[in-house]
Design a protein around this ligand. Structure first.
Ligand code: PLP
Length: 456
């Protein structure tokens, strides 16, 4: 039986939360005064708080509830699996049915050369595990110097020690340490804030040249991989110039540098395809990392999809003499894999990717109509991955002072009117469940319009 809002006491919950729950990514200088928004119920495109207020979920939980909330079928598949066999090891030769079935399904959906699945607990652990596998791969090939990883400023790849080191958002690592000797951060690909006077294609040349210069300086023999989100998410929905990923991959390939696509956000339908790398960006990554939409957030799960070429070294009988000693207790967790299988079944049955391809451009175009607001400097993104950049001066892109809290204020005004969007500094991210209709877009954009008017 689903817990009802009436069963929960808001005051008690807040006390328990405040006194004992260390929230991730939370400003504790404000947390105790502000309180928290306790989300207790959900259904379809909506979530509800402990007071019974209902909101349109404009962030899909955290870019993850792709098929929408309250899918009883997924809950049932998880319950059935948990009752039958909730957990057993997948180490050594042990396995379970949902993990095997899901691996085969992912191989079928993924680009043709990616047929091997390494399960993790989420996105950070997928990126972390990948770097270890890449190092292992080059060690086995007798190239132990190939260690350095190229990432980008403002990239977000998670918060395990290694994933946080790949992450290039400075404020995320404030007062934390990172493995800086392992990772080199190149420039972000940010079409909106490209150097003045550069055309899109000149900007692309500029970024490719920068990569080549770094390879020349560090030496290809010392570089293992390049990792990138097809569209940078948490860094601000940053769009690369046309052709960028394809050209970067070509440079990597020419230098024996592996290309890793972090599709934790862009995968599983957000850009209208199960995987964006090949379908949208015309790249063939050596590894694609996924999480979030893989199970639509119903249960924690991540995975690295590994190419046949890498697998030939990592996992074949020809590679004698060693155990691949990496993995997690919950690698291939049966309940999470059962959730993911049902999630994929729903995505296919309802053709959710087609809904994104149909409604996504409408969302983009409708959000662009908000550009008339004096603070909206840029409206960008693609399909169901969108962002408003708030500025002080539209002509120069100059930012408002941090104290203006413009992203927070727009989000607060939107929430008062029944829509949850995400403030990220001076930005507002809109990354809905993938089941929004055109009517939902109209409602959300009307709310945003009012929220922006109330803020400026
Ligand atoms: N990679 C990307 C692109 C992400 O956006 C995120 C999370 O937002 C992660 C990795 C980390 O995933 P997780 O929080 O599941 O560890």
């Amino acid at each position: 039986q689903k817990a009802r809002t009436a069963d929960l006491d808001a005051e008690t919950l807040w006390r328990q939360d405040r006194d004992h729950f260390i929230h991730p990514f939370t400003d504790f200088s404000q947390f105790h005064d502000k309180g928290c928004e306790m989300i207790t119920d959900s259904d379809g495109i909506y979530v509800e708080d402990v007071h019974g207020n209902r909101f349109i979920d404009g962030i899909a939980g955290l870019w993850c509830v792709n098929v929408g909330h309250g899918r009883r079928e997924i809950a049932q598949a998880m319950a059935d699996q948990a009752s039958r066999m909730a957990y057993f090891s997948t180490f050594n030769n042990l396995s379970n049915a949902p993990a095997s079935q899901l691996a085969a399904k992912l191989a079928e959906l993924a680009p043709a050369h990616l047929n091997h699945v390494f399960y993790t607990c989420g996105g950070s652990t997928a990126n972390d595990a990948t770097i270890r596998l890449v190092h292992y791969y080059f060690n086995r090939l007798g190239k132990p110097n190939k260690k350095r990883i190229l990432s980008r400023r403002n990239a977000y790849h998670g918060t395990t020690y290694l994933a946080a080191s790949l992450t290039g958002i400075e404020s995320n690592n404030w007062s934390f340490d990172t493995l800086s000797e392992l990772v080199t951060h190149l420039s972000e690909a940010n079409l909106y804030r490209r150097p003045e006077g550069m055309s899109e294609s000149e900007y692309c040349d500029h970024l490719v040249n920068e990569l080549e210069a770094h390879i020349a300086k560090i030496g290809a023999d010392n570089i293992a991989a390049f990792i990138a989100e097809p569209i940078m998410g948490a860094g601000g929905v940053l769009m690369a110039p046309r052709g960028y990923h394809k050209r970067i991959q070509a440079v990597c390939r020419a230098n024996d540098i592996l290309y890793i696509a972090d599709e934790v956000v862009t995968g599983f339908g957000r850009l209208g395809h199960f995987f964006a790398s090949e379908a949208v960006f015309e790249t063939q990554p050596d590894i694609i990392n996924i999480a979030k939409g893989l199970s639509s957030g119903y249960s924690p799960l991540g995975a690295s999809l590994i190419s046949d070429e890498l697998y030939a070294v990592l996992g074949t009988p020809q590679c004698k003499g060693g155990v691949l000693s990496t993995g997690f207790t919950y690698s291939g967790h049966p309940v999470s894999c059962a959730a993911a299988l049902k999630n994929i079944e729903i995505m296919e049955r309802e053709d959710i990717c087609a809904n994104v391809r149909e409604v996504g451009p409408y969302l983009e175009q409708s959000l662009k109509s908000l550009s008339h607001h004096t603070t909206v400097g840029d409206v960008r993104g693609s399909n169901f991955m969108m962002c408003l950049e708030n500025v002080a001066d539209k002509a120069t892109g100059e930012l408002l002072p941090v104290e203006a809290r413009v992203g927070d204020r727009v989000a607060e005004e939107a929430q008062k009117r029944g829509l949850i969007i995400r403030p990220v500094g001076h930005l507002n991210v809109i990354s809905p469940t993938l089941i929004w209709s055109r009517e939902t877009v109209d409602t959300a954009v009307t709310i945003l319009d009012e929220a922006l008017s109330a803020t400026t």
